[in-house]
Design a protein around this ligand. Structure first.
Ligand code: UDX
Length: 433
């Protein structure tokens, strides 16, 4: 099949590359000429394990192309995917649909013959129907249908998630459009990946409900972690005991410094907003948003407390800046709240992150970036673990304690054993233990 992917952000690029790996002919379109030139050279603008190899393979096979020419891309396509950004709108938290609607209008003008338009961007309920209205208005001759196909990719594991999804969600009403979507995803159904066919409104809501539920699960365990600290329980044991119940399941029960990233913060805010507008308040989600902010501030207090409520002039080594490992993404990372508070309090902050420096350099002001973990730790008065990169999981704790000015560690991802850290001579705090 001939597919066009409009928008080469994270979701668009991973999806386009993976569709070409299915054997489809894919053209990825973006307004950003510099990005397209980079992609044409085979360079991947984001860090995602395995993406560069898969991209190179499919470009060499002639199945994957990049272009700024939307009209040409759309004209030759059986299916056009919209995968442009829907950031949280400043002020009200609603998803900003400017790019989605602009893409729909431009696609409409370039349609020739029957085309299926599929929205992959995360969009509020009703947006797919609005896209249909816009296209029909813009081009009265066009033969088309619209389908919703939200994406559930995790950064750092996006290719695995695309190729072996728990499910594919398709919101579509017309049988012809449904048959086309079945052809697009045939390589996955051959591997028995389930496809959930539903109406567009339900498909749109599945995405928000799933992300908000996961954000709630994390926030729940973060709140239990705070309680554990006050009553002398261990959140790791509590999570383990809870997760063994198959109805609860063990994933997303790791206490930490609060969720971040490109999806949970924006999608929880958007869902709260959708609820308010539909006169059906999402009270749990609203509380999750507020609690997640409070969690980040609780972490600042924890570090300050460990440092005797004075970090002025002290060196602090921060291990990890990205919102999670295996990504270079800094969007809504807890580091963006925690690190500035320490800088503000006068700390001399040294940051190490295997991939975060490029993006983080502009976002974390007044810090020094280090390549070497031990160099960052030497003479520090506190080591603060913010992201659980593998690079930070096997530190020589004896050495860490030896080279520090004051041997203190705040492990906000619970990667070390408190007894082991204590034995190495570190004053050690973690989350919920
Ligand atoms: C998420 C969803 O998993 C994915 O399905 C959706 O399409 C996009 O959003 P992603 O943002 O890549 O994916 O990250 P994810 O691995 O889900 O982690 C999100 C945040 O939650 C991270 O900040 C992570 O550190 C935090 N988290 C996750 C926890 O604090 N504890 C956990 O147990 C799990």
């Amino acid at each position: 099949m001939n597919l066009a992917m409009i928008g080469t952000g994270y979701v668009g690029l991973v999806s386009g590359v993976c569709f070409s790996d299915f054997g489809h002919d894919v053209i990825c379109v973006d307004v950003d000429a510099e990005k397209i030139t980079m992609l044409e050279r085979g360079e991947v603008p984001v860090y995602e394990p395995g993406l560069d190899d898969m991209m190179a393979r499919n470009m060499a096979a002639g199945r994957l192309r990049f272009s700024t020419d939307l009209a040409a891309g759309v004209a030759g396509a059986d299916v056009v995917f919209i995968s442009v950004g829907t950031p949280a709108r400043r002020g009200d938290g609603h998803a900003d649909l400017t790019c989605v609607y602009a893409a729909a209008r431009e696609i409409a003008r370039s349609l020739s013959g029957y085309t299926l338009i599929v929205c992959k961007s995360t969009v509020p309920v009703g947006t797919n129907r609005e896209i249909g209205r816009i296209i029909a208005q813009e081009n009265r001759e066009a033969g088309f249908h619209v389908a919703s196909n939200p994406e559930f990719l995790r950064e750092g594991a996006a290719i695995e998630d695309f190729m072996r999804p728990d499910r594919v969600v398709v919101g579509v009403e017309d049988p012809k459009a449904k048959a086309l979507m079945a052809r697009v995803y045939r390589p996955l159904t051959l591997r028995e990946a389930p496809i959930v066919y539903t109406d567009p409104e339900s498909a749109e809501l599945i995405k928000y409900a799933a992300n908000a539920f996961l954000a709630t699960k994390i926030t729940f365990i973060n709140e239990i972690a705070a309680l554990c600290e006050n009553v002398g329980a261990d959140v790791k044991s509590v999570a383990k005991g809870m997760g063994m119940d198959k109805r609860i399941a063990p994933k997303f029960l790791h206490a930490g410094p609060g969720y971040g990233g490109s999806c949970f913060p924006k999608d929880t805010r958007a869902l709260a907003r959708i609820g308010q507008e539909a006169n059906s308040p999402m009270r749990i989600v609203e509380q999750v948003i507020a609690t997640n902010e409070a969690v980040k501030h609780r972490m600042i207090d924890k570090v300050m407390d460990l440092c005797g409520n004075n970090v002025n002039g002290k060196k602090i080594a921060v291990l990890g800046a990205t919102f999670k490992p295996l990504t270079d993404d800094m969007r809504d990372s807890p580091a963006l709240t925690i690190v500035p508070a320490l800088v503000e309090a006068g700390a001399n902050v040294h940051v190490v992150d295997p991939q975060g420096r490029k993006e983080g350099a502009n976002l974390l002001v007044g810090v020094s970036w280090q390549e070497d973990v031990y160099k960052a730790i030497r003479d520090a008065s506190c080591v603060l673990i913010l992201t659980e990169w593998n690079e930070f999981r096997a530190l020589d704790l004896d050495k860490v304690a030896r080279i520090m000015r004051e041997p203190k560690m705040a492990d906000l991802r619970n990667i070390y054993d408190p007894a082991e850290a204590g034995a190495a001579g570190l004053t050690y705090v973690s989350v919920g233990r």
